[in-house]
Design a protein around this ligand. Structure first.
Ligand code: NDP
Ligand code: X2W
Length: 339
């Protein structure tokens, strides 16, 4: 059985990464990619890397393609909440890669995104798509909110340690991202020629992934976490590392901390607990690495991933596999580039 999948926002960085993953997925037919600016053009005229893998054309709207089973929304926030209700009415399962469905509360969405949520019912129903922490809920969902890239890396590092009770409930998260995180049309300050030979902090105390990290960790660990999150841009295209600094509650050893992460991730296909995490090891793949080091009465934990794959499109495919009852690693089981 082949499922017909469409992508809204097919020319963006996450849309193109989705199409790269889906065009060779064993159970998926890549049936539609929308682009308002390229409607009617061959997909390969924009995505040259897809030559030999697809012969479809961009459409203006997702409704231009019939008989879709599944839709991924890969647009800036504000679009999914307008598109998803009609798709769900037709019985089409959806994943939103933007922030529209991640926060559990319409008032919180308005506070952080600056606009009223137009689909509060969907917001309530949506499941937060972090498979390693919420796998069973994702399996039963027809709408999944794919987590943000920084949020994924930080939550993977923070949640198990918070749940363990070994650390105090406050953490500093020092996030560093490649420039592709800002999408195709970044602000001047986040544009690669401006920051490609520099390192800058940005959105300090105001980043939209902060409430997302709070929410996911609170849900998983069952206790409230005080997060101080500072994102930085570093001069690479892909990749994120979140270094998360905690205070230990008692004299926990490195072995105690190792045991927490090994228990959480030991059986996972895409999250690996390693001594020295590295962005180069994961770039181009859906694999994430987590590491930790006890430093006296503190511990630092790292979450490392490719923002476009495990931080966005790869995680979306992993969620889609769970929602469709397919093997979780289908279409994703390949290593990072290494060099
Ligand atoms: N880049 C990253 O690392 C990550 C991004 N995300 C999130 O995923 C989403 C997509 O990001 P990214 O791929 O980087 O974005 P891009 O800016 O690279 O691409 C945006 C896409 O959306 C389309 N689009 C823009 N506005 C609209 C609209 N009003 N209606 C329909 N289509 C629209 C654009 O095509 P056209 O204008 O031709 O229609 C384009 O295909 C964002 O919400 C982002 O925050 C999440 C995790 C990581
Ligand atoms: C480098 C860079 O600019 N990154 C983006 C994060 C991209 C992302 O995941 O944002 P969403 O929550 O909208 O999905 C940022 O910091 O805003």
């Amino acid at each position: 059985m082949s499922y017909r999948v469409g992508i809204i926002g097919g020319t963006g960085y996450t849309g193109s990464e989705l199409s790269r993953l889906l065009c060779r997925h064993p159970d998926i037919e890549l049936a539609a990619l929308t682009s308002r600016s390229n409607a009617g053009k061959d997909v390969t005229s924009v995505h040259g890397f897809l030559r030999g893998y697809t012969d479809i054309k961009f459409t203006e709207r997702i409704s231009d393609t019939k008989d879709l089973d599944f839709v991924m929304v890969a647009t800036p926030y504000g679009v999914a909440m307008e598109e998803v209700p009609a798709l769900r009415e037709q019985g089409i399962k959806c994943i939103d890669l933007s922030g529209d469905y991640r926060l559990k509360d319409a008032a919180l969405y308005e506070q952080w995104y600056g606009k009223e949520h137009s689909d509060p019912e969907g917001l309530e129903k949506a499941v937060f798509g972090q498979p390693e922490l919420f796998r069973e809920r994702i399996k039963g969902a027809d709408l999944v909110a794919n987590p943000g890239c920084y949020a994924t890396s930080a939550i993977l590092a923070i949640a198990p340690l918070m749940k363990s009770g070994l650390v105090h409930d406050d953490v500093f998260v020092d996030g560093k991202s490649g420039t592709s995180g800002a999408g195709m049309t970044p602000s001047a300050r986040l544009h690669h020629p401006t920051c490609g030979e520099s390192v800058i902090p940005y959105k300090i105390g105001a980043h939209r992934h902060q409430p997302e990290i709070d929410m996911a960790v609170d849900m998983f660990a069952g206790s409230h976490l005080d997060v101080a999150f500072v994102p930085h841009l570093v001069p690479i295209v892909r990749g994120i590392i979140s270094s998360c600094y905690f205070r230990l509650k008692k004299d926990a050893s490195q072995e105690d901390v190792d045991a927490v992460y090994e228990k959480q991730y030991g059986a996972e296909r895409f999250v690996h607990y390693v001594p020295e995490p590295s962005i180069r090891d994961v770039v181009g793949s859906n694999h994430a690495q987590v590491g930790s080091k006890v430093l006296g009465n503190r511990v630092v934990s790292f979450g490392v991933l490719d923002n476009l794959v495990k931080g966005a499109s790869g995680q979306a495919v992993q969620n889609m596999n769970l929602m469709l009852g397919l093997p979780e690693a289908d279409g994703l089981d390949f290593p990072g580039l290494g060099v």
